[in-house]
Design a protein. Structure first.
Lengths: 182, 586
């Protein structure tokens, strides 16, 4: 643990590395690191890369407390790299109480943040989000559309997807693809 | 001096330049192989990561045209690869035979949907199928458009951050993916990595896996075995060490999807789409000031059939030569241009003057020298020099490609016993052997496919538990070993922050990486200042070394002095590849 903490203090030196790999390594240490990682994630003085690694490691550690921490960061941050990382955290540990913050992130300028937000909304949202998600299904960006379709399926909007899949809608193939992946 | 003397003199100069270039690349490859060996312990940790489903997903793009006799076996081979997170996408490029039918029967293909995430232009896609038996096996059926077109069609439907382009007649060694993915794990800026391609003629395969490595029966193929080893291990390894690699074989290469899509995908109007793509990636990244790395690895291995008849060899070489010339002409502005760094300053002139013009110069060189010899205008010294430069040098560079072994009676190809069994790792790393083992005391990575079982030292499979560090599990032990090294080290921060955004709905890793699919350009963001290099543990130092080259800038049109300074800087940094990592910092 002591050694792992020493690494945490030097995370910024691993910027060239794949963040997922470092999270994988840190995740091997165990849940004892979770509190430190949440601290790094919320610390605005930490480099972006270090905060991303912290977010990814918390996913590895299956830390249930990180949902609330992620929501606070989501509301306070504007950096797209951090936003996408915490949205991924919310996708795993988010609760319906976090849905408002996630919906707000769906309007982010970066398409990959929008995609991550839609993914998270599939978990923390509910049937009432169907109309909201439908708008994103038709968005020109294919990645965002895919995530919207998956979110629609996750909230149970299969009737809508089924109707699109059986139609001549330009995104019929996408709806079929999502429906097939049951 | 007559015109004959002049022509002969030019041929001599050509041979000297050619041989010097090959010696230089060989020297660089020696250092690169040493570094590779030094990092092998850290690499094992990456292997663990790659075997889990959390590593970046890889889509194998397999264009197939009239591959009915071999397609099923090839796909079966791909299904046995050791990697935690990969898909296979076979693209049937309008085959006239029953390739699709064979695949459908063998793998129980059913119609499916695979929504395109990029819009590279291709010929029409007729249908998409998915195996009911192997959910990660997909087949795309399209009208014929050529290999590059087929790859682009696959690329449009690729939804993983990385894709691997391979030939349908290639067999990958089982650990090839987890080895070739390493540079993408340890360096976010890696956009392409090539592996070693070896000749499969004469080898035995069972169930899609290599069971016995043998030399081909025919002489023509035997010579190609050595030619490939030299070209890859001393050639591409050396170019990679100079950060000037211009070719990654179309038979086996791993790419970052977002970078390739941003650069425009594979060129459909050239026969050398593999080289053209690499040159274009260099150009695109440098012109757009994107940090990038294109690298070659000696131990991921793909096996392929080589032509055994002169006619087939001639067709293949004709295609390669046309592809080479076409790639160089398309990007001729890179030639000698400091703006393009080592690829423009070092590799381009070599490929242009030596590789592209080489066949013409060599042909006329031989003819003129023969004429001079017949005409009595060649002195014995000239004959000796010509023999050495034209032939002896080749033998000299081929010689180290053959490892010493009690079963090997002669180092020359015609002396090799037909059934000589040679372990994969030893042949693959043949060039490394003479110096690598002597210098580092440890072989470069690689794995045994036959021959002797690995020694306990080889079989340890992980880092040693550090003395005095308590740990609860072998994995924790490995991690702590790395951490202990880190704690006692001052690591050099890389110069820039680089984040790839991987939107990967099907295979998104827990890391939540998002990767742009080309629909909108994902910026490769660079932040932060560089840092000071401190004392590094050797194994980690090699991995952490960031030899970032100057990218972009005003070098192309600046004052002569600035250009010269820039040129010197680029060459100096390229040469940094051969310098060993200092044990206690600079």
């Amino acid at each position: 643990m002591e050694n792992a903490r020493a690494v945490l203090s030097k995370l910024h030196r691993f910027e060239g590395w794949d963040a997922g790999f470092l999270a994988f390594l840190l995740g091997q240490v165990g849940a004892g690191l979770a509190e430190d990682l949440r601290g790094i994630l919320e610390d605005r003085g930490q480099p972006v890369h270090a905060r991303r690694i912290a977010a990814f490691t918390l996913v590895h550690l299956q830390d249930p407390l990180s949902g609330d921490c992620a929501e606070r960061v989501l509301r306070a941050e504007t950096d797209p790299d951090i936003l996408s990382a915490v949205l991924n955290l919310l996708k795993n540990f988010g609760r319906p109480a976090h849905a408002d913050a996630v919906r707000a992130a769906c309007a982010a300028p970066s398409y990959f943040v929008r995609a991550a937000a839609l993914s998270a909304l599939g978990r923390v949202g509910g049937p009432s989000d169907e109309a909201f998600l439908r708008d994103f299904f038709d968005t020109p960006n294919a990645w965002v559309a895919v995530h919207a379709a998956e979110a629609l399926k996750a909230i149970g909007a299969t009737t809508f997807l089924g109707a699109i899949a059986g139609s001549t809608h330009p995104r019929a193939a996408l709806a079929q693809q999502v429906m097939e992946a049951l | 001096m007559t015109w004959l003397d002049a022509a002969t003199f030019l041929a001599f100069v050509y041979f000297i330049v050619l041989n010097t270039s090959q010696i230089v690349t060989a020297a660089f490859s020696i250092a690169a192989l040493r570094r590779h060996a030094a990092r092998s312990r850290l690499m094992r940790v990456i292997d663990d990561y790659a075997m889990r489903g959390e590593a970046p997903g890889i889509t194998l793009l397999v264009p197939a045209y009239n591959e009915e006799p071999t397609c099923v076996e090839a796909v079966q081979s791909l299904l046995t690869l050791e990697y935690g997170n990969y898909e296979i996408l076979v693209i049937n490029d309008g085959s006239k035979d029953d390739t699709l039918g064979e695949l459908a029967r063998a793998f129980n293909l059913v119609p499916a949907q695979r929504f395109p995430l990029a819009d590279l232009p291709t010929t029409a896609v007729r249908a998409v199928f998915r195996s009911a038996r192997h959910p990660h096996l997909w087949v795309l059926d399209k009208t014929n458009g050529g290999k590059a077109d087929a790859l682009n069609a696959g690329l449009n439907r690729c939804r993983t951050p990385l894709f691997c382009a391979i030939d349908a007649d290639c067999v990958l060694e089982r650990d090839a993916l987890k080895r070739i993915v390493r540079p993408f794990i340890e360096n976010n800026s890696t956009v392409a990595a090539g592996g070693l391609v070896r000749i499969a003629n004469g080898c035995e395969f069972k169930g899609g896996a290599l069971t016995d490595v043998r030399l081909p029966d025919r002489w023509l193929a035997r010579f190609q075995v050595l030619e490939y080893l030299r070209a890859f291990l001393t050639g591409r390894m050396g170019w990679d060490a100079m950060s000037a690699l211009l070719i990654i074989s179309g038979a086996f290469g791993l790419f970052r999807r977002s970078a390739v899509i941003d650069a425009g995908g594979f060129a459909r109007d050239t026969v050398g789409e593999d080289m053209e793509l690499i040159v274009r990636l260099h150009r695109y990244c440098r012109e757009n000031r994107r940090p990038y790395r294109i690298t070659f690895l000696p131990d991921p291995v793909a096996w392929t059939e080589c032509p055994e008849k002169l006619s087939g060899l001639a067709r293949q070489r004709d295609r390669w030569q046309r592809g080479l010339v076409d790639s160089l002409l398309r990007h001729a502005r890179m030639l000698g241009n400091p703006r393009y760094g080592p690829p423009g300053l070092i590799a381009f002139p070599y490929y242009f003057f030596i590789e592209a013009l080489g066949p013409i110069v060599e042909l006329f060189g031989y003819v003129f020298f023969l004429a001079a010899l017949i005409g009595g205008r060649a002195s014995p010294a000239q004959v000796a020099a010509f023999a050495f430069l034209g032939f002896g040098h080749d033998g000299g560079t081929i010689f180290p490609s053959v490892p010493t072994d009690p079963g090997l009676r002669s180092p020359l190809p015609f002396g090799l016993p037909r059934k000589f069994r040679l372990s994969s790792a030893r042949l693959v790393l043949a060039v490394a052997r003479p110096f690598d083992i002597l210098v580092s005391g440890e072989g470069v990575g690689g794995h045994e496919t036959g021959g002797r079982p690995p020694s306990p030292r080889q079989n340890r499979g992980g880092l040693d538990p550090p003395i005095g560090i308590p740990f609860g599990s072998p994995r924790a032990g490995r991690l702590l070993a790395v951490f202990q090294q880190l704690r006692t080290s001052k690591l050099r921060p890389p110069p820039q922050r680089l984040v790839h955004h991987d939107v990967d709905p099907g295979t998104q890793s827990p890391s939540g990486q998002l990767d742009g699919g080309g629909v909108a350009v994902p910026p490769l963001r660079a932040h932060g200042p560089g840092g000071r290099r401190g004392g590094l543990p050797r194994a980690l130092a090699a991995s952490l070394r960031q030899r970032a080259l100057p990218i972009g800038g005003q070098g192309g049109g600046g004052a002569p002095r600035r250009r010269a300074r820039r040129t010197i800087s680029v060459v100096w940094q390229a040469m940094g590849g051969i310098l060993p990592v200092p044990p206690h910092g600079f």
